[in-house]
Design a protein around this ligand. Structure first.
Ligand code: DNO
Length: 359
């Protein structure tokens, strides 16, 4: 397993490469050109710039998260072909700097969604929170306004240009079903995967977060059965998964360790985080520790370890600790993710030692 850390880029993240360098075990940064809108071909000089910045600190840039999929592709509009062409050209360019995995998602309109970015926890920290009843009552525009007030950075999936078109987008999705989304995903994969094969880059879809439909929009990468269907759409190792324990963990019936055991050979990138799901379906993000949330992170690590997982892994969201919410991106502070890495490495190292009978 290859440990990585998400980095939003120079001038776009208060957690700088020199800080990341001091976290034990991190070999690579997970990156993207966050200012390039979905559908636009990434400029080579910008890609090379990031490579040079990472090289200076000895980090690999093997994983990109994300090359976003234009909404017209998800909607299956005629214009999708030109955006797919741009996607293919971006894959080719990324291969030139050694990228090995591209993470992306296929969620209509929104990427990950929460109702509160800074929910207070009794220990004085705060974390991302999802209140199920709020989502069913609130107009999405109102939620966007509320979250925009709380945060000064642009969050992936919540880019201003996308949000400005929100009404138009909801209109475009009227009457749109999960089956339409499946068909458009298949079309996209049939175009993209041969290119990924040619340039030796593994495509790794991210599950929908939370793993159920919201605002009447379909969401399909939500459970074991649908993951199986997804992998069969194009049965190639290049059509794989970013297995996010927190996204799938938002639904208690998802048994994450068993999903990992079943699909491990198609998991190219592991996002590890814990969530505590309440009886009413609300959930809060917790520390990585198994007993703090609803996901058995120890068993998650065991499932990867027993299958000799050699892919990339990163701690996912963390709580905001010691006042860092004033400067960090929501969910992407330094402290809890660094603590998370030590927990994950602790489990992994123990499992390794047991294997070699050292303990
Ligand atoms: C949230 C992330 C997601 C993820 C995308 C992948 O913090 O895990 O935004 O990057 O869904 O395209």
């Amino acid at each position: 397993m290859k440990m990585t850390f998400r980095w939003y880029g120079l001038g776009n993240d208060d957690i700088t490469l020199d800080k990341i360098k001091q976290i034990p075990g991190v070999d690579g940064v997970v990156w993207a050109l966050h200012d390039i809108p979905a559908g636009v071909e990434w400029p080579m000089e910008r890609i090379e710039e990031v490579k040079a910045q990472a090289d200076e600190f000895g980090f690999n840039i093997d994983v990109v998260e994300s090359v976003n999929v234009h909404e017209d592709i998800k909607l299956g509009l005629k214009s999708r072909d030109k955006y797919i062409e741009n996607y293919k050209k971006t894959i080719e360019k990324l291969s030139k700097v050694g990228v090995k995995v591209i993470c992306y998602n296929f969620m209509p309109v929104f990427d990950w969604t929460r109702t509160d970015l800074y929910k207070n926890i009794s220990d004085g920290s705060n974390a991302l929170f999802f209140e199920k009843s709020k989502i069913s009552d609130i107009d999405p525009k109102e939620l966007i306004r509320k979250l925009a007030k709380d945060v000064t950075v642009t969050m992936p999936g919540w880019e201003p240009e996308r949000l400005e078109r929100i009404e138009e987008l909801f209109k475009a999705y009227e009457g749109f079903t999960a089956e339409n989304l499946w068909a458009n995903l298949k079309y996209f994969l049939e175009e993209i995967i041969p290119v990924a094969e040619k340039f030796d880059i593994k495509m790794a879809i991210h599950p929908d977060d939370p793993a159920f439909p919201i605002f009447g929009l379909p969401r399909i990468i939500i459970n074991r059965e649908n993951i199986k269907r997804f992998l069969n759409l194009v049965d190639s190792p290049y059509n794989g998964l970013t297995l996010c324990s927190g996204s799938l963990g938002s639904v208690l019936s998802n048994d994450i360790p068993s999903i990992i055991r079943e699909f491990h050979d198609r998991i190219h990138f592991a996002h590890i985080r814990n969530v505590k799901v309440y009886e009413n379906g609300d959930f809060i993000e917790t520390s990585h520790r198994a007993c703090d949330g609803s996901v058995d992170i120890v068993d998650v690590m065991k499932a990867y370890h027993e299958n000799g997982f050699a892919g990339y892994i990163r701690p996912d969201h963390g709580r905001h600790l010691w006042g860092e919410e004033k400067t960090c991106r929501p969910g992407y502070g330094l402290y809890d993710r660094a603590l998370g890495i030590m927990y994950l490495l602790g489990i992994w190292d123990t499992l390794e030692s047991q294997k070699t009978n050292k303990i």
